[in-house]
Ligand binder design. Structure first.
Ligand SMILES: N[C@@H](CCC(=O)N[C@@H](CS)C(=O)NCC(=O)O)C(=O)O
Length: 199
């Protein structure tokens, strides 16, 4: 039994979704970022944190990849060329999608007001649109980035693309939009969203 610490409105949703994909049991401890109990486990105070026995693991991508490796699902095995390509997509998701989204969020509501620079958000949107164009090319006609198999980077990209829509960053009709709808039709994603709706 795992314990997931964090509120589902945050990147904690990724871990909930991954555990739903794997069919693994978990309890959810809905603590906000910077809660003293979170800080005791993760010096940055950031969520999510996963408890697996005595171990506390933080950073959502590391947690999702750890769970995929541990349960032998939603991932290609390392070392392999397939795993190298999969990890490349994961890095692409973090750099090119999460980066602009998180910087824009920081300059909207996270940073103290005196540090917020409104124009940064325009540059973030520019970067995001370029990333969507690159994803479109890399995805081609595949269902998922690694082909027919849903893997960790699809979960991260699906989360980021949903985050973009919430931020009112549109995604044009085409293969990326279809990819997002395919990801969102997954029963595990819908169960994770139901958990979020209850919070
Ligand atoms: N790389 C981390 C980032 C986690 C993160 O920044 N979480 C946000 C909520 S989505 C947070 O806790 N923010 C609090 C803060 O920035 O102090 C991950 O993917 O888990």
């Amino acid at each position: 039994m795992y314990t997931v610490i964090g509120t589902p409105q945050t990147r904690t949703l990724r871990v909930i979704w991954m555990l739903e994909e794997l069919g693994e049991a978990y309890t959810l401890d809905k603590r906000p970022p910077r809660d003293p109990a979170v800080r005791a486990l993760n010096p940055s105070g950031k969520v999510p944190v996963l408890l697996d026995g005595d171990a506390a693991i933080f950073d959502s991508v590391a947690i999702c990849q750890y769970l995929a490796d541990k349960h032998g699902q939603l991932t290609f095995k390392a070392p392999s060329i397939e795993r190298a390509h999969q990890d490349s997509f994961t890095q692409f998701a973090v750099d090119e999608f999460e980066g602009p989204l998180w910087v824009a969020a920081k300059h909207t509501f996270v940073l103290p007001e005196e540090y917020r620079v409104a124009d940064v958000k325009r540059a973030c949107r520019y970067d995001f649109d370029r990333a969507v164009a690159v994803l479109s090319e890399r995805l081609g006609h595949n269902d998922y980035v690694m082909g027919a198999t849903f893997t960790v980077p699809d979960l991260i990209l699906g989360h980021c693309l949903g985050w973009a829509l919430v931020s009112k960053w549109s995604i044009p009709d085409g293969n990326v939009r279809d990819y997002l709808e395919r990801i969102r039709s997954r029963p595990a994603y819908q169960r994770a969203m139901a958990v979020r709706a209850q919070s």
